[in-house]
Design a protein around this ligand. Structure first.
Ligand SMILES: O=C(CO)COP(=O)(O)O
Length: 255
């Protein structure tokens, strides 16, 4: 049986100023010890402008943290004003890039084709995408949530070969649970995460499915993480609001 090391990733979104960002990483570094980091992978996902500083802290103090970005350009280079390429992020030591977050799908009109192109750009630069899927409230009420998420998964991974897919991190983030305080039940999280793993086995192989880490995201806090992590197919969490509060994030990492 493949054992998957849990991953707790903090998506800071567009929060914190530069000094607060540095202070947060320093607090996490001070609090999380080798035992914690042997048990779980901990990653922070700052805005682009803070990644270089996070890299300096991680390299300078030989911290065991991972880090990544919240978005990436689909283009490799060239005249794309305002864009940041996957190669640029890889050179900054990023391990992960969030792709297809519902906030980008919703506010920046990112469709499945763009999400797929970004997933490929991230793999092409030897990083791992954190591919987000998740349904809105209407879809859930209609009982079509599993189907909806699998469709987003299929589209996000279209044309991605098995050797890359095994590195993918998939995050199930129901839109109705993001920033609302309304966390999914552990059973809800397991239903969709289990379906995602079964689909990875169909799309690729049992081995790919067994290796891929599947996260839950949406109102994860220190007092609800344990039940979610107890589920067979939940390998970690993508944490928003609680990830910029060091005490709360540490509590989550120590679920
Ligand atoms: O969107 C999320 C992480 O990507 C979840 O955000 P919250 O934890 O604030 O609900």
């Amino acid at each position: 049986m493949t054992t998957r090391k849990p991953l707790i990733a903090g998506n800071w979104k567009m929060n914190l100023n530069h000094l607060e960002a540095i202070a947060l990483v320093q607090k996490l570094a001070f609090t999380l010890n080798d035992k914690d980091l042997a048990r779980v992978d901990v990653a922070v996902l700052p805005p682009f402008t803070d990644i270089r500083s996070v890299q300096t802290l991680v390299d300078g103090d030989k911290l065991q943290f991972l880090y990544g970005a919240q978005d990436v350009s689909r283009h490799p280079k060239g005249a794309y004003t305002g864009e940041v390429s996957a190669a640029m992020l890889a050179r900054l030591g990023c391990s992960f890039v969030v792709v297809g977050h519902s906030e980008r799908r919703q506010y920046h009109n990112e469709d499945d084709a763009l999400v797929n192109a970004k997933v490929k750009a991230v793999f092409g630069a030897d990083m791992a995408p954190i591919l987000c899927v998740g349904e809105g409230l209407e879809v859930r009420k209609a009982g079509a949530h599993v189907e909806h998420c699998l469709k987003q998964l299929d589209a996000g991974l279209a044309g991605v070969p098995a050797e890359q897919a095994a590195r993918a991190v998939i995050a199930y983030e129901p839109v109705w649970a993001i920033g609302t305080g309304e966390v999914a039940t552990p059973e809800d999280a397991q239903e969709v995460c289990g379906a995602i793993r079964a689909r990875l086995a169909e799309l690729y192989t049992d081995e790919v499915a067994a290796k891929s880490r599947i996260l839950y995201g949406g109102s994860v806090k220190g007092d609800n993480i344990a039940g979610i992590m107890a589920q067979a197919d939940v390998d970690g969490a993508l944490v928003g609001g609680a990830s910029i509060d060091p005490a709360e994030f540490v509590k989550i990492c120590r679920y």
